[in-house]
Write a protein that binds this ligand. Structure first.
Ligand code: AHR
Length: 498
């Protein structure tokens, strides 16, 4: 067993956690909407056709906001196709995923569904094939009270009160050649600036997210962010940041180190935001919206049959090591809570998802469901600076500590929550934390997830192969807590004041 020490104090803090850090994402893609959240013929469908078994699982995750309707899909979407009587809605070719879009679910239905899972919608506007005028109209349709063309149309559609949607994404991954009507940084910067102005003139209370690079590997990464922000700095609150990691070479140690790369990525993007602020002599701080993050590599090039819907694409099957990386990525998000205020796991149901559905049948949860559940439920409070002294391994010339940890303190409730991953593939870790700067605690709960086979998965037939277990190896001696973190494990330790 290896030994690792962690130093924390209630006085050394990073930031209060913004609850929007635990957001989700539902795109019109594959079986996310149709056969995912919406299946009117399912025995568990409610009067609106939404599966209540899915609603219950989403509610369990306590997701505060969900991004919609894309993703790549939004860059060819006419939002007007998805309003009014469903029978009159057009069927369209979705060029993003080579699918048929029936438009049976649109903005109003999605808002209804969000209300039923107790979360806020976060809408994206189409800045691919469309532009500022349509974006402004959508804000007016959703948020303007009454007495104008678009607000009255909403009221005619049965929604007398405005939806009051606060968060809006100005397009999606506009630098990507795969994007419908992709743009250069200056083309996008200009259009995003004008859309932002018009949307805020309609509703000054909204907050806007402008697109950063699609990922860190893009050739224009960093210069894209700088140029886009030069145009939009005064009109937006957040810059988006996206990443998906994978393990195609089957090098688990390198795969588990990716959350450290995510940390560097966040620091780099923050620096670019501050560079633009400095050029503008501004003390405004653009915050980050990490609105797509997850593991994704096995189903990267899937399109399957063209022009049908729903088609099962991007149904990544997540294993034990994926749960470890997802947990580590959540830890990285928490440790950057001073800069990352919004984040959305991509996605939520069936597509790159913690929650899976069988058509006409059951649901099950994938391995990645659990670390997300633990942090979204208990990651509330202030993130503390964790100074760790951990043995490390070498990964492509970088030293990667076996331990990755985030500590969240809720002084009001008297709770200290520790989220930790042991990245050692052969040894357990004895984690020792000196709690002498705190009042006296007792251990309330200690749970771990591990499996002898890192490739083990949950499935419809074997839904409980990977699930949390009580960890009995946690002890508190006066003010020293010692926990044995199993080999390659996800762990949550909750302490409460005595
Ligand atoms: O989440 C799947 C896709 O990944 C999204 O549509 C796109 O934004 C990203 O490239």
């Amino acid at each position: 067993m290896a030994i690792t020490k962690v130093n924390i104090s209630p006085f050394f803090t990073i930031s209060k956690v913004d609850k929007r850090l635990f957001g989700g994402f539902i795109e019109h893609i594959g079986r996310a909407v149709y056969e995912g959240i919406y299946e009117p013929d399912h025995p568990k469908a409610d009067k609106n056709g939404f599966r209540q078994d899915v609603i219950n699982l989403v509610k369990k995750l306590k997701i505060p906001l969900i991004r919609y309707p894309g993703g790549n899909f939004v860059s060819g979407y006419n939002w007007e196709d998805g309003i009014g009587a469903p029978a009159n809605r057009p069927v369209r070719l979705d060029l993003a995923w080579k699918a048929l879009e029936t438009n049976l679910i649109g903005t109003n239905e999605f808002v209804d569904w969000c209300r039923s899972v107790n979360c806020e919608p976060m809408l994206a506007v189409n800045l691919g094939t469309r532009g500022p005028d349509n974006a402004k109209n959508l804000v007016e349709y959703c948020n303007y009270t009454k007495g104008t063309y678009w607000s009255e149309l909403r009221r005619k559609h049965g929604y007398l009160d405005p939806h009051n949607i606060k968060l809006w994404c100005l397009g999606n991954e506009m630098d990507g050649p795969w994007q419908i009507h992709a743009k250069t940084a200056s083309e996008y910067g200009r259009i995003a600036c004008e859309a932002a102005k018009m949307m805020k003139w309609v509703d000054p209370n909204i907050e806007l997210i402008v697109c950063g690079s699609s990922h860190r590997g893009m050739s224009t990464f960093a210069s894209w962010e700088a140029e886009v922000l030069e145009h939009t700095f005064d009109h937006v609150e957040y810059l988006s940041i996206h990443t998906y990691y994978g393990n195609p070479e089957n090098d688990t140690a390198a795969f588990l180190a990716k959350s450290d790369e995510m940390n560097i990525f966040i620091k780099e993007v923050s620096s670019v935001c501050d560079y633009v602020a400095a050029k503008k002599r501004s003390d405004k701080r653009i915050m980050l919206s990490f609105d797509e993050w997850n593991v994704w590599y096995r189903t990267r090039d899937e399109q399957k049959k063209n022009w049908v819907t729903p088609k099962p694409i991007l149904e990544e099957v997540y294993n034990m090591e994926d749960a470890l990386l997802v947990g580590s990525m959540l830890i990285t998000l928490l440790n950057n809570a001073d800069r990352v205020k919004i984040a959305c796991i991509a996605q939520l149901v069936n597509v790159l998802a913690p929650i899976m559905t069988e058509k006409g049948g059951k649901t099950w949860v994938q391995s990645i469901f659990y670390p997300f559940l633990h942090i979204s439920t208990h990651g509330k409070g202030v993130v503390l600076t964790s100074v760790i002294d951990s043995p490390a391994y070498d990964c492509q010339g970088k030293s990667i500590p076996y331990l990755t940890i985030a500590c969240v303190y809720d002084a009001d409730k008297g709770e200290l929550k520790l989220f930790a991953v042991n990245r050692h593939l052969k040894k357990s870790l004895e984690m020792i934390i000196d709690l002498s700067s705190f009042d006296s605690f007792k251990i309330f709960e200690c749970i771990s997830i591990n499996h002898p086979d890192l490739k083990a998965v949950n499935s419809l037939k074997n839904p409980n192969n990977i699930k949390p277990k009580k960890n009995e190896k946690a002890h508190l001696n006066k003010k020293l807590i010692c926990v044995e973190l199993p080999i390659a494990s996800w762990n949550m330790i909750r302490l409460v004041k005595k």
